[in-house]
Design a protein around this ligand. Structure first.
Ligand code: MG
Length: 218
């Protein structure tokens, strides 16, 4: 694999936040008397646009309800996001990749200002050349601003790798004409990811190995 820049997804890929998303969702379901979901059910159904996930779980998404719920969801998520950590080995890998001379960026459905502040608060800004977030909170698609990010990165697209955790990350990589690896520790279960035909890896250690880092380790 000849790679000079990695585009990371944030939620679920670098950040271990599935537990918080499920918890926030269950709070909203309980308020409406709807049954709770477990993380397996969530990972089986999560997709973009996110409005479809809300509909699946029984929410009324008509007449502005989805937009109202998105605000409630984000407020609940934001109030506890500081409890989320990166996945095991993530920061170590970001450091190794930077030392190896690779560029790194984040492309996230998370709103730009929230992404900026979270990355900064977690002391991770040093690893990234660009942080590309969404202009709103409704998580529709990352393709448009993914294109803008790729233009900023410049050079040949086939030396850019997307690392994500959802079918949508694969779709975005396909639209952008870049390589893609999906991690199975995030918002989609492995059988969903397998349908994309992308390479699927279990964790950060496996990515390091795939990229030719840590070859000398036992
Ligand atoms: Mg994600």
């Amino acid at each position: 694999m000849s790679i000079r820049h990695i585009i990371w997804d944030w939620n679920g890929t670098l950040l271990d936040d599935v537990w918080l998303c499920v918890d926030v969702l269950n709070g909203m379901l309980a308020e409406r008397g709807l049954p709770p979901v477990d993380s397996e059910n969530y990972r089986r159904r999560f997709r973009f646009p996110v409005v479809e996930v809300y509909r699946d779980f029984g929410f009324d998404v008509s007449n502005g309800e989805f937009e109202r719920m998105s605000h409630v969801y984000i407020n609940a998520y934001e109030s506890r996001r500081h409890l989320c950590k990166l996945h095991a080995g993530a920061e170590e890998l970001l450091g190794e990749l930077k030392s190896a001379g690779l560029g790194q960026s984040i492309l996230s459905a998370y709103r730009q200002d929230m992404l900026d502040s979270m990355v900064k608060n977690m002391g991770l800004s040093q690893y990234f050349d660009h942080l590309a977030g969404n202009s709103d909170i409704y998580a529709a698609s990352k393709v448009d601003y993914g294109r803008r990010l790729l233009a900023k990165i410049g050079g040949s697209a086939d030396e850019v790798l997307m690392v994500g955790d959802t079918e949508h990350d694969h779709e975005v990589a396909h639209e952008l004409g870049i390589q893609c690896i999906l991690l199975e520790h995030g918002h989609n279960e492995r059988p969903r990811l397998e349908k994309t035909g992308a390479k699927i890896l279990p964790d950060m250690r496996a990515i390091a190995k795939e990229l030719g880092l840590r070859n000398k380790q036992p």
